[in-house]
Design a protein around this ligand. Structure first.
Ligand code: FES
Ligand code: FES
Length: 216
């Protein structure tokens, strides 16, 4: 009679309820771990870093500068990300929310401000380039309690409805008057054409610019 013990692995009892093609619990766990490991390894090797980490790395790497500029007569020195637009600097850092963000793409004029007396779309202007400049926003037009003549003319002519475009229209109108482009209603229309008004107040806006130009 043989005394050799049978190999337990080779003789493990077969569960009569499990069909032979179904993997055992042990093989299932082993396979799952292998697949999970492969996915994790794939993520480490070829995938993107987790959401948030990428932004953090980009923010760390963002080049910054200090810029000094005068806004409505007040000197400011601020440390900024070099990609900051003048509009975002005004609205988010200096709290001057009169300039509006309409399209943020240079198409509507809602963000118009004066830089050294010239009209610019502040959404398209990098703040870092404005070292030593003088910026005038809608908040800087009134003198004490006295509205700028063009602000008053907008009220007199009823030149706004929702008002979203109004600060850009007024600042642009001031630039238009200073540039001397107010010889006729057609000339005003031409030189104010970068400022859109979705409420369609163009006729009254034109009249307001004419009124203020007459008082210049
Ligand atoms: S917000 Fe700047 S042009 Fe529209
Ligand atoms: S008043 Fe509404 S967009 Fe001009």
């Amino acid at each position: 009679m043989s005394t050799e013990r049978p190999d337990p692995a080779a003789t493990s009892p077969v569960d009569p309820l499990v069909p032979p093609s179904v993997p055992s619990r042990r093989t299932f766990i082993a396979a799952s771990t292998a697949v999970g490991g492969a996915v994790a390894a794939g993520g480490l090797v070829a995938g993107s870093p987790p959401l948030g980490a990428e932004a953090a790395v980009a923010a760390e790497a963002a080049p910054g500068s200090r810029v000094s500029l005068t806004v409505n007569g007040v000197r400011h020195t601020v440390a900024i990300d070099n990609r900051t637009s003048l509009l975002d600097l005004l609205r988010e850092r200096l709290g001057l929310t009169g300039s509006k963000k309409g399209c943020n793409a240079g198409a509507c004029g809602a963000c118009t401000v004066l830089v050294d007396g010239r009209r610019v779309n502040s959404c398209l202007t990098l703040a870092v380039r404005l070292e030593g400049t003088e910026v005038t926003t809608i908040e800087g037009l009134e003198k004490g309690d006295r509205l700028h003549p063009l602000q008053q003319a907008f009220i007199d002519q009823d030149a706004f409805q929702c008002g979203f475009c109004t600060s850009g229209q007024i600042v642009s109108g001031v630039g238009c008057i200073q540039e001397g482009h107010t010889g006729s209603p057609e000339e005003i229309r031409e030189w104010m054409s970068g400022n859109l008004c979705r409420c369609g107040c163009y006729v009254k806006i034109g009249r307001a610019v004419e009124q203020a130009a007459g008082r210049k």
